[in-house]
Design a protein around this ligand. Structure first.
Ligand SMILES: C[S@@+](CC[C@H](N)C(=O)[O-])C[C@H]1O[C@@H](n2cnc3c(N)ncnc32)[C@H](O)[C@@H]1O
Length: 194
């Protein structure tokens, strides 16, 4: 679902970029994120700050997708070597099966009522042994954001434990999980065997 105006502005703020650079990315790296020479897909890439941070770590290729054309317009042209597409993450059919080494999400699934479809698609596009890194807020944190900041998240049955359950049921192995004050972060891996 598209962001409300107020969340759109918040996602484009200095404090969002600061948190992603100095807190979230370092923690994901300690959890095993390594994109050097890897084919990377970022879901819900927003204004491209994730691409900026990952670019410093030299991926072989990077594609960022986001539902909002307004987000893609902000980032297009900043990294001519990368691809940015305005599209819905519930359909990743333009990416071949087993075509990515790493898929990364910074806080997006809680915006997508059909979030299970996205996880299924991520599993399909990952190579055997490929890694999926995801950070998402807990239900109570979402309620706090909506209460204090009126960000207006969509109605959905998304929840951290449901997400974990779904990842396990479609064959992901949980490699690492970290609870932080506002987010829960996972590193999960697609098995080598079909
Ligand atoms: C909370 S923002 C996070 C943006 C960025 N990842 C960050 O951490 O700053 C969620 C992003 O997911 C995108 N989004 C929402 N629903 C989507 C969908 N179905 N497919 C792809 N992107 C989606 C929104 O447009 C928005 O840019």
């Amino acid at each position: 679902m598209k962001l409300s105006d107020i969340e759109f502005r918040a996602m484009d703020s200095w404090w969002r970029r600061w948190g992603q650079e100095h807190f979230e990315l370092p923690l994901l790296q300690r959890m095993g994120l390594d994109v050097r020479n890897k084919d990377v897909l970022e879901i819900g890439c927003g204004n491209g700050h994730g691409a900026y941070l990952l670019n410093k770590r030299a991926p072989r290729s990077y594609v960022g997708i986001d539902l909002m054309q307004e987000q893609i317009e902000k980032v297009c042209g900043r990294f001519p070597q990368y691809q940015f597409l305005a599209q819905d993450a519930t359909d990743l059919s333009q990416f071949g099966e087993g075509s990515k080494d790493v898929v990364i999400i910074f806080g997006v699934l809680h915006h997508i009522p059909e979030w299970r479809k996205v996880i299924d698609e991520i599993r399909r596009v990952l190579r055997p042994g490929g890694s999926f890194f995801v950070e998402e807020p807990r239900g109570t944190d979402l309620k706090l954001f909506d209460f204090f900041f009126r960000w207006g998240h969509p109605e959905s049955d998304f929840g951290i434990l449901r997400m974990e359950q779904h990842m396990k049921s479609c064959g992901f192995r949980i490699c690492n999980k970290q609870w932080t004050p506002l987010m829960t972060m996972y590193h999960v891996q697609k098995s080598f065997i079909k």
